[in-house]
Write a protein that binds this ligand. Structure first.
Ligand code: PGA
Length: 248
């Protein structure tokens, strides 16, 4: 009933030539019918990557946007700029943005609103740190992130949201959440969605897992009933690995 989604998060990697080459390789991949592929690309390469994947089913996401539509914010990029380029998605609330750029739930709520107002769909990230997990507070922690950053949106807007659960202790560490840990949290998130927006919207909303997704663990993670695909960092930078993940 829900499509599978393989989303890459390229972060701050690769040159222009490498990005174009990677995008072209991904554009050639035979994508399963029920699967959507999204590339999260650095701002400066978005136009070139759009050109590289044109004619394929690959979609392009930005990795961030500013919370205001326009103004004197040197060095920043607005959702209206992204929208004017035909960008379909934006990744918001990644733990690296929360940690290194002090992005709060309140700020992420603003960014979510501004992106949606410009017709850009949001991949909204959440996830707990290791100490939170070890004290068994992970579900409550994620619930708070979603309540404070995302659950103010209307049901119509929630239709434009993909949630990505990314436990911080699994990002870039090679330690993946077990399929049971992923399924537990994804099921909890779906229950939160059902409580807030009703079961049918909860059943429609894609919830991705992120954190050291690799070709050899993607299949069992994505086979979990509430795991609708992945947000993939490191492995999305290698065409062969990301291809295997798309096909998982
Ligand atoms: P990783 O990153 O796959 O390299 O762990 C995931 C992410 O940060 O989105």
């Amino acid at each position: 009933m829900r499509n599978k989604i393989a989303a890459g998060n390229w972060k701050m990697h690769n040159t222009l030539a490498e990005s174009i080459s990677l995008a072209k390789q991904i554009a050639l991949v035979k994508i399963p019918e029920d699967t959507k592929v999204i590339l999260g690309v650095p701002y400066v390469f978005i136009r070139d990557v759009q050109d590289a994947v044109r004619g394929s089913q690959v979609l392009v996401a930005a990795q961030n946007c500013h919370e205001k539509l326009t103004g004197a914010f040197t060095g920043e990029v607005s959702a209206s700029m992204l929208s004017s380029m035909g960008v379909e998605y934006v990744i918001l609330g990644h733990s690296e943005r929360r940690e290194y750029y002090a992005e709060s739930d309140a700020l992420l709520a603003e960014k979510t609103n501004i992106a949606l107002s410009q017709g850009i769909k949001v991949i909204f990230c959440c996830g707990e740190s290791l100490p939170v997990r070890e004290s068994s507070q992970h579900v409550a922690f994620v619930k708070k992130q979603l309540e404070n950053g995302l659950f103010h949106v209307s049901a119509d807007q929630m239709d434009k949201i993909i949630i990505a659960y990314e436990p911080i202790w699994a990002i870039g560490t090679g330690v993946t959440a077990s399929k049971e840990q992923a399924q537990e949290m994804h099921q909890e998130i779906r229950t939160m969605l059902a409580q807030k927006y009703g079961q049918s919207l909860a059943d429609k909303t894609a919830i991705l897992y992120g954190g050291s997704v690799k070709p050899d663990n993607a299949k069992e993670l994505f086979a979990q009933p509430d795991v609708d695909g992945g947000l993939v960092g490191g492995a999305s930078l290698k065409a062969a690995d990301f291809t295997a993940i798309i096909q998982a």
